[in-house]
Design a binder for this molecule. Sequence first.
Ligand code: FES
Ligand code: FES
Length: 191
Amino acid sequence: MTTSRRQFFGQAAAVSAGVALSAPAVEALAAEPAPAGLVDVVFEVNGERQKLRLDPRVTLLDALREQLGLVGTKKGCDRGQCGACTVHVDDRRVLSCLTLTATLQGKEVTTIEGIADGDDLHPVQRAFIDHDGFQCGFCTSGQIMSAVKVVEEREVRTDDQIREAMSGNICRCGAYPNILEAIKQAKAGDR
Ligand code: FES
Ligand code: FES
């Protein structure tokens, strides 16, 4: 990824901060076409319908954090190299820093805030706690969002296969052995 791309999305982030809408303003979107240079996007986030008016260059990561206040999804590299920003779109894991919000019309997005069942943690969250699968925690929401899908992938069984499936998620604290044990526990419970 090049410097020009970073500049591109830096500008997009600045734009996104300028077009956050209040709830009544959001309701008005249906009646009023978007001004030139902006697009309206309607999609679901953690089961709730969201309508955003934004610059078409705004990434899902910035829309989640800056417009919807869902800051559990972390911005690490902002260039597709660390996995800290991993979320699910229509049940597949994606890097939200490389996903343009304007492409998500009608899609379902799930973030780390949406995987627990009320006060009951998701089994993968529980397993990360049981095995100390984090230190500073910065990578953890991305690790967990990836791990949720790896647990569901029945063809991923061995330690090496789990490591390979999780290789897009970097942990600077080196909590990899604990993360592996957490995923194995969650997989054992998933059978
Ligand atoms: S912030 Fe998206 S991959 Fe690093
Ligand atoms: S727990 Fe610190 S980067 Fe992974």
